[in-house]
Design a protein. Structure first.
Length: 386
């Protein structure tokens, strides 16, 4: 195996490249990235960068010297446009072809958009800087979507003095992900910090002067941020023969086809720990999956299933939110420590007869650590929750 191509200069793609080198792979690694910047960290975009607390250079995942030491065929500012599985070739934007013995797909996601023009999204450094330049105490900002990204941006904008309205179609923000009880607590925090949170409303389009709701009502705004989820970047694979279903479909080893792997936000793989197909858009998962893919790529005769306990975090106002596990589809929540009303608590989640996740707000890291172990060990619900 003398030619490895990684499409996606992302956290997952970089982790794969680093692991290949660390495991002793000495041949060519081509890393193709759509942005002109070397791989950088995205979670701070909706926090420190949007708030103006960090300069852009703090986002770099690795120094120029470190990247040089990896000895990569680094192709930034270009995209992959096609994949020929039979010929083992990736076509890139300029029409040239990269031959591979193994391929890692780490192309990530892009923001969903609404009809109309002029709205901001928040995925790239350029996006974050453009929005930051438009926020000041006189700004009326409408955020469409009260998921974690929209909620973080709303919290930062309030801290900058902007007048913020958040529009969310669900009755309770994030109820599908963390449960109605926890979602209601997070919603209350926004209300107490002066955010006008409107639930049960659907936005039809971005229009001049704001957004238009279904039914015709205009919500006035100087700036609009659309944070309604993401779409996997898989269009370049449409004619490849790979299975695409809300991401690149993979088995438990992250294999999409012979010699083809996927990692990060774009990968939809079978997680045997939960016996479920999942696609995780979290920074920690991207790095862990990139490393796992690299190791399996180098050891195809003895691969190891990728069976992580997913982890994510969010910072909103003074709240530090941390979660382990797979919370979607849970059947029961139990507050096992602290108090919801004080916004200092730990919630455990049940799916079937086992612990499937845990979420903490305002708690020290050690409080949730044992629950990660419970999820990883497939602990029975009645043995740990009361």
């Amino acid at each position: 195996m003398r030619r490895i191509v990684i499409v996606g200069a992302s956290a997952a793609g970089l982790a794969a490249a680093e692991t290949l080198r660390r495991e002793g792979y000495e041949h060519r690694i081509s890393l193709v990235g759509a942005e002109t910047l070397p791989p950088y960290d995205r979670p701070p975009l909706s926090k420190q960068i949007l708030a103006g607390d960090w300069e852009a250079d703090r986002l770099a995942l690795r120094s120029e010297e470190h990247l040089a030491d990896l000895d990569l065929d680094l192709r930034l500012g270009t995209t992959a446009t096609g994949l020929d599985l039979a010929a083992r070739e990736v076509t890139i934007q300029d029409g040239s072809r990269l031959e591979y013995d193994a391929l890692v797909i780490a192309t990530g996601v892009r923001p969903r958009r609404l009809p109309g023009e002029g709205a901001h999204v928040l995925r790239t450094l350029e996006d974050a800087i453009a929005l930051r330049e438009r926020i000041d105490p006189d700004t009326r900002l409408v955020v469409v979507g009260a998921g974690f990204l929209g909620a973080e941006a709303a919290a930062v904008a309030r801290g900058l003095g902007a007048e913020v309205t958040v529009l969310e179609p669900a009755a309770v923000p994030l109820a599908h992900a963390v449960g109605a009880e926890v979602g209601a607590v997070l919603a209350q925090a926004h209300a107490e910090n002066g955010v006008d949170l409107r639930t049960g409303v659907s936005v039809e389009a971005v229009v001049s002067g704001g957004v238009q709701l279904e039914g015709g009502e205009l919500i006035a705004a100087d700036e609009v941020l659309v944070a309604i989820g993401s779409l996997p970047n898989t269009e370049w694979l449409d004619d490849s023969g790979l299975a695409i279903d809300n991401g690149v479909v993979c088995d438990e080893y992250c294999v999409a086809a012979p010699g083809v792997y996927a990692a990060g936000d774009v990968a939809r793989w079978h997680n045997p720990l939960f016996d479920a197909s999942m696609r995780i858009e979290h920074r920690t998962n991207a790095a862990e999956q990139g490393m796992a893919v690299a190791r399996n790529l180098l050891n195809p005769d003895a691969p190891k299933p990728f069976a992580p306990v997913p982890y994510f975090w969010s910072d909103q106002y003074a709240m530090k939110i941390q979660a382990y596990g797979y919370l979607r589809g849970h059947e029961e929540i139990s507050i096992v420590e602290g108090d919801l009303a004080e916004r200092r608590f730990l919630a455990a989640y049940r799916t079937g007869d086992r612990v499937s996740g845990a979420l903490s707000v305002g708690m020290p890291p050690k409080a949730i650590r044992r629950w990660r172990q419970a999820v990883a060990g497939r602990a029975a619900w009645n043995s740990v929750a009361s």
